[in-house]
Every structure is written in C-alpha cells, then in structure tokens.
Design a binder for this molecule. Structure first.
Ligand SMILES: [Zn+2]
Length: 553
C-alpha cells in the first residue's frame, strides 16, 4: 500500500473514533506500520498535516463513506477488539447476510444465536442484513403462524438487531418457477411421477426411475400441468438430476418443488406448487447477493444443494460458516411452538410470552436485558460443537446488568405473624445495601403485626435473629428485643409489617406465587425491575394487580 493511502486510512479511522483526527496519532500509526517512513520525516509531517486537515473538514457521513470505500483489511483490526474470528474472504462494506426465520412462532432463546451472530458480523463489516422470512408452505406438523411475522420482528427490534430489508419467500414463487423451468430446459431437472415410496426405495437402492429419461418437452408440459392444477397433490414432484449413485442417498435426485394445496396464511391459495427450502435458497442467495451464510452444522445437505445448483448456473458462491446447536439445560422443559399454539387456542396459557415458551417476548417479560442475551451468545463464539449450558450462565450475564438498577424490597411468601415487645414506628432503609445512589425509603412498623417467613420462624424459633433494617431479636410469637447491634454471625431475615400489599409472582414454570409485600412496591412503574429478598429478581408486569414475573435468583 502506498504511504499516502496509509496516512489517509489512519486519518479517517482516527477521525471516526474521536470526532477529529489528530496529526500526532496519525503519525504514530503510520510509523508503526511503515517504520522506514522515518527517513523522510519532513515529507511525512507535511503529508499528514495536509491529509488530516482535509479529513477534518469532512462530515461524519463522508468519513463513513470513505472508510467503507477504502476496503482495507487493516481497518477491521484497527476498529475492533473482537470476540469472534473473521469471516472468510469478507470485504469491509460488502458483506451481505440474511436471517431466515421460519414464521411458526416468535424467536426463542435458541434462535438468538443465529440472529445475533448475523447481526454482529454485518455490523462488524458494515454490511447489509436481510430479514428473509422462510415462509414456504411448511408442513402439517410445523405450520406457519400468521402472528409470527410480527412477533419475529418485535423480537429482533428488542434485541437491537438492525436489518436493512424484509423479504418473503411467499412473494417469490414465480421466481422459483422460472428457475425450475430453466433447470428443466437445461436437462438438469425432471418431473417425477413416482409415488413417495418408490422414490424412497429407488433412492436407497440407487436406481433411476423412468421419469428421469423424459424429454425436456414432456417435462415442461408436466410442470405446467402441476402449476395449472391438472395434477393432484402427491402425484408429481420436480427433481434435480444429481446422481442416483451418489454416496449420500439423501442427495440422490433431491426434490426441488412439490404440490401442496394447503392454504398459506399470508397469500392464501394463490399458488399450489411450492419449492423445497434449499432450492429456494439456492436461487435467493444468488439473487440477493448473499456473501456469507451462517448455518447450523447439521445442515450440510443444504450446502451441497446450494452449491450444486450454483455450479449448474455458473453462479458466484456464498461462503458457509457452521455453528453448533445452543441449548439451555432448563429450557429442556420448554414448550414446542406447535404445542404453545394449541395451548393458546385452548386458553391454557395467555400467549406467546408465557415464560414456558422461552420466547424472546417471554424473556423480556421476565426482565432479561437484550444486552445480556447478546453478551451470552457472543461469548460462546462460533464453535461447531453443540453446547448445552446451564441457564445460570445466561442469568449471570443478566444479573451483571440489572443488579445495579433493581431496588430491593421485602416480600414474604409464607407469612407467619409475630409481635415485638419493643416500641418502634418506622425505619429508614436503603433500596440496595451496595448502591446508596438508589436512595432510601421509610417503612412503617407496627410491633403488633410483623410477618416473617414460616420457614424462618420454624427453623430459628427461640434463637437470635436480626430483622433486616431493624435490630436483633429473639424470634418467637412475641419476639423480645435483644440489641441494636447486629453481629455478623446472627442470621438476617426479611419481614413485612403493616400496611402491606398482596402481590403475585409468575414463576418460569407458569406457577403463580402469592406474597405479602411492603407497601412501597406501589411506587413502582410497570417494567421496573426489583429484587425481593430471598426470592430473587422480578419485573413488575401489571401495576393494577401487582403482578410480577420472576427473572432469576
Ligand atoms: Zn419417477
């Protein structure tokens, strides 16, 4: 690279980072890259001065534009301390990627990996991200849900994923027909009228069926009959001519399109011939200019199909990058999307944001922060290994963020009433022992009516305990004052006096818990995060009924 370009590069990057480029900083960078420039120091200084002053006269947008035009691999190194490896052959400003959600329900925590990795790389390379709804007809077992389109967008917005364009497979049927016809004309695809069983058997045995030898004209007219509704569902498919002796039986003359009369939730009954996913992707990835495809490592046959079709047409190829499956241990108990839909229809759960679904909406309701999910996913990296992680790892990421903002309140789940033999009217207590900036509140105390956890009472009756924020007592039905001192070794228990309020806490398994809480919780706004002593973090979801969702411990 010429020295002028190196100077320009660092001037632009410096200006981008700090608003204005500094001559000293640029000189340092240039010398680090080209030490021999020292020999012509005077020339270097003049050139830097000129370039820096020029760059500093540019607008932010112009600088961005020039940086993306530079197309220099070093730029990437300069701008990031990256968690994840480079994408192969990625050019700054030219990366195109796509998200391909199947709209059978909202995105859940398992999908977050796919979504955030794509978003991460597109942002890293200043590329383009296309939200491409993978809504071919689906199947009986995995139908499309009309609400899922909006739910998916809502989840992406919440996560802070920036997509630049939205496309729908269901808008593009004519495109797939056109390319299928081309493949037929090239002698690379044919209409097969064998039964499903025959196709399977032939595939297993590596036998070509007689359909494979149909003339192009015959194939074209049969394809037209498929489209025109003259051939019933299940009686014909379009197959790609790969090789009926291919070592992978699944790859032997795969199906490209089939007939399906089912109504599509978005476009109704307008079309009856539907492409298989990998055929549609082979076409679309080319047409939208996808440069990199992040894909679950189990989808190797999809790679093969796409490459095979790209080769036939002589198209430029996208790069595949594979990653392993991410599962959370406790998520194992989660509801499937089809089961959730049925339960919603039957009114057994309230909706897609029920905590048992592990949807992004449900995590939001529980009080997860999108940044925590992002950190969790990106820290896992881009490994091909399947990982099953304890939910605690996700919780720990979230806790780091919310611990500083969640005020602590008293709530007693299984209250048992005690009295105090001591006159006290109110106390003043911090909202968080470690963060005084969260402030103080006053709590009224009636010595005749104090509630503590039944469990604590039974375990520690007759012993010295401290009521948090008050003093040490000897715990009993009538507890006697011991001391204002609270020694380290004395157990500290939470409590509620009067006035108090009843609250509801919805647990991740859908169970509801009731509790008696200090009246100060009425100050909270919907969406506020709190921490109830011993219970854990919760998010206020409904102020009227004081319903909270449990976040985690
Ligand atoms: Zn056949």
């Amino acid at each position: 690279m010429k020295i002028e370009d190196v100077i320009l590069k660092y001037a632009l990057l410096n200006a981008k980072q700090y608003g204005k480029a500094s001559e000293d900083a640029v000189i340092k960078k240039v010398l680090a890259e080209i030490p021999e420039a020292k020999r012509e120091m005077k020339l270097l200084l003049e050139e830097v001065k000129k370039v820096v002053s020029k760059v500093n006269s540019l607008s932010k947008e112009e600088i961005e534009k020039m940086i993306s035009g530079l197309n220099i691999s070093e730029i990437k190194k300069e701008e990031r301390k990256e968690l994840l490896p480079e994408l192969p052959e990625a050019e700054y400003g030219k990366v195109v990627m796509r998200l391909a959600p199947f709209p059978s329900g909202p995105l859940h925590i398992g999908n977050a990996r796919m979504v955030l990795l794509n978003d991460y790389y597109v942002k890293r390379y200043n590329g383009k991200l296309i939200l491409f709804f993978d809504d071919t007809i689906g199947s009986e077992e995995k139908p499309i849900d009309k609400d899922a389109y909006d739910l998916i967008k809502d989840g992406l917005d919440w996560l802070g994923v920036k997509y630049h364009e939205v496309l729908f497979k269901s808008d593009r049927l004519e495109i797939y027909y056109k390319y299928a016809e081309e493949l037929i004309k090239m002698g690379k695809a044919y209409v097969c009228t064998c039964s499903k069983e025959e196709i399977q058997k032939n595939r297993r045995l590596g036998i070509e069926c007689s359909c494979r030898n149909r003339s192009i004209e015959e194939n074209l007219s049969l394809f037209k009959e498929m489209l025109d509704g003259k051939i019933p569902e299940g009686k014909a498919v379009v197959r790609l001519k790969t090789d009926m002796k291919h070592p992978n039986p699944a790859f032997r003359d795969r199906v490209l399109l089939r007939i399906c009369e089912r109504e599509h939730p978005r476009i109704g009954k307008k079309y009856r011939v539907w492409p298989m996913l990998e055929f549609s992707w082979a076409i679309d990835d080319y047409l939208i200019g996808t440069t990199h495809i992040l894909r679950g490592k189990e989808l190797v046959i999809e790679d093969m199909m796409e490459e095979y079709i790209w080769d036939i047409f002589g198209w430029r190829k996208a790069k595949f990058i594979h990653y392993g499956l991410l599962r959370l241990k406790e998520e194992g108990a989660k509801l499937s999307k089809s089961k959730t839909r049925k339960m919603i229809e039957r009114g057994e759960i309230k909706g897609w944001d029920d905590p048992r679904t592990w949807s992004l909406q449900s995590l939001r309701k529980r009080g997860f922060q999108p940044e925590a999910i992002r950190n969790f996913v990106l820290k896992l990296g881009l490994s091909e290994a399947d990982v099953t992680l304890p939910t605690e790892i996700l919780y720990a990421e979230n806790r780091k963020i919310i611990d500083k903002i969640a005020k602590r309140y008293f709530a007693v789940l299984n209250p048992i009433k005690i009295k105090l033999d001591y006159k006290i009217q109110k106390i003043s207590i911090r909202y968080h022992p470690d963060f005084p900036e969260l402030g103080l509140r006053e709590i009224s105390v009636d010595p005749e009516e104090i509630y503590v956890e039944k469990e604590d009472f039974e375990k520690m009756r007759g012993k010295n305990v401290a009521l948090i924020g008050m003093f040490t007592i000897k715990l009993d039905e009538i507890s006697s004052f011991v001391s204002n001192e609270v020694p380290q070794e004395v157990p500290k228990i939470h409590w509620v006096s009067i006035p108090n309020v009843r609250i509801k806490i919805i647990m991740p398994n859908g169970n509801e818990k009731e509790a008696l809480a200090e009246v100060s919780v009425k100050e909270l706004k919907e969406g506020d995060l709190v921490q109830f002593y011993r219970v854990g973090f919760c998010r206020l979801d409904d102020k009227k009924t004081l319903t909270f969702y449990f976040t985690h411990k």
